[in-house]
Ligand binder design. Structure first.
Ligand SMILES: [Mg+2]
Length: 338
């Protein structure tokens, strides 16, 4: 299980870093510059709107915020206090801005941390948060919490997400990613992990505030069926045009599962394809990478790719994976006792 936990965190970081230079660009622009599919890490070009002149292999907010969530889970013995998460995210954004970064908090999280700072009760701060910020940083919850009891896992997703993303749409999306990671750690294939994700999305959709938006569970099932059997480059066009690659949970999260269904047995090709889609493709690749890494273990990625993200970014993902697995072990022990 250790290799799978590390695979989830490194997969997230690898996908994120691959998508760093392509994020927020149109697919047409990505194809013109890099070809139909990326072949590896690339630097952020000077005209990259969010990550100009960043070194090849640099991770972005997705990995940094997932690590932040992971660290808070470890510090809290498996639980996260919503106000603590909000203050840590705010501190993270300030540190990023001080470093001159343009990669700051997304729309839902930004609104939520401002509301928390203004004294709005935490039950209210995430009531309009429907974008993919919770799903992009939730993988550590999937490592720390066993998935056999899906409602219990969804409870922990809500605990780690609701301060900024307290809507059925966003909680369904985050539940899907966490459940897929958790199932992967238990040895599920991509196909089985996707089924768990759909079940968890149905549960998550009933949590938080209702907000208009397509059904995440239905869209994951639809998006994976849509690309079944298609050549990868045709699938990429279809995901881009029909599923969508925006920061909205209803697009980017089904897109990540669609990519996985194109390459269920090849995590590296899956993240390369995801990072080539356009739109919020660093986040799509980060979510796909976390799930693929959980399913296949860290050995599913080229050693050189793992070494690159480890060397370029000062992140101790190996240690965090071990700590999150300890929490999972404790949770399983407690369940057995009951
Ligand atoms: Mg990002």
């Amino acid at each position: 299980m250790d290799t799978r936990a590390r695979g989830a965190l490194y997969g997230l970081a690898i996908g994120d870093a691959l998508g760093m230079p392509t994020q927020s660009l149109s697919r047409e622009r990505i194809v013109a510059r890099y070809g139909a599919r990326l072949t590896g890490f690339a630097p952020g070009e000077a005209d990259q709107p969010i990550a100009p002149n960043m070194r090849a292999g640099s991770v972005t907010d997705d990995t940094e915020q997932a690590v932040l969530v992971g660290r808070l889970l470890v510090d809290g013995g498996g639980h996260i206090a919503p106000t603590h998460l909000a203050s840590e995210l705010l501190a993270w954004e300030k540190a990023m801005a001080a470093r001159g970064s343009l990669d700051l908090l997304g729309p839902s999280t930004k609104r939520a941390v401002a509301a928390v700072a203004a004294g709005v009760p935490v039950a209210e701060t995430g009531r309009y948060g429907d974008t993919n910020g919770a799903a992009m940083r939730v993988a550590p919850v999937g490592i720390a919490v066993p998935g056999e009891d899906l409602p219990a896992l969804v409870d922990r997703v809500v605990e780690a997400s609701a301060v900024s993303h307290n809507t059925g749409v966003a909680l369904a999306a985050a539940s899907a990613v966490a459940a897929a990671v958790s199932a992967g750690l238990e040895g599920a294939t991509v196909e089985l992990a996707t089924r768990h994700a759909i079940d968890a999305a149905r549960l998550g959709a009933r949590r938080g505030y209702w907000i208009a938006g397509a059904d995440i569970a239905t869209r994951i099932a639809w998006a994976t069926a849509l690309v079944g059997g298609l050549p990868a480059d045709v699938a990429a066009e279809r995901i881009y045009q029909l599923v969508g690659t925006s920061v909205h949970s209803t697009e980017s999260v089904p897109a990540a599962f669609a990519v996985l269904s194109v390459y269920p047995d090849d995590p590296w090709q899956a993240v390369l394809l995801a990072a080539s889609l356009g739109g919020d493709c660093d986040t799509i690749a980060a979510m796909a990478g976390a799930i693929a890494g959980a399913v296949h273990g860290i050995q599913g990625f080229p050693t050189a790719a793992v070494d690159t993200v480890r060397d370029i970014n000062q992140l101790d993902l190996d240690r965090l994976a071990g700590q999150l697995l300890e929490l999972r072990g404790q949770a399983q022990l407690n369940t057995t006792k009951v």
